[in-house]
Ligand binder design. Sequence first.
Ligand SMILES: [Zn+2]
Length: 148
Amino acid sequence: MDGLEHLMTSFVLIALLFPFFGVISLFVLVGGVLFDVDHTLVYASKKRLRSKGISFKKMRHYFMHEHTKKDLKKNIFVFHTIEFLLLLGVLSFLNTLFLMMFLGLLLHLILDWAYEMMFRKAVKNLSVIAWLARAAKLGQKSARKRRT
Ligand SMILES: [Zn+2]
């Protein structure tokens, strides 16, 4: 889902939370918008742009038009995982700032998943643990192929 849509939906959530939490509800923007920063890491590793820098326009085009279903499954977006959401959920018992981030991220993930299911027929990897396990299994398979 696009950053502008995340920004608009986050402001709707902020408007709902503001009467109860006041200015602190602005931290919804961290989970609702800023955690998309993990796309930059995936894009940088895919395009090997370490020295050239990253064009936001090209990156947006890549994720909207070039990023395939296979890419969705191959890469890990660390802030878009159940583990990260659970971490924020646990931290939200300690501080209201984390609760706002948790609520923002929860809305963000629901919208991303709905968008991806409708338009890509697949979602990002939901779990870092499952992603690591699958990567290890693929590594074992390719090692076996090399031996035979
Ligand atoms: Zn996202």
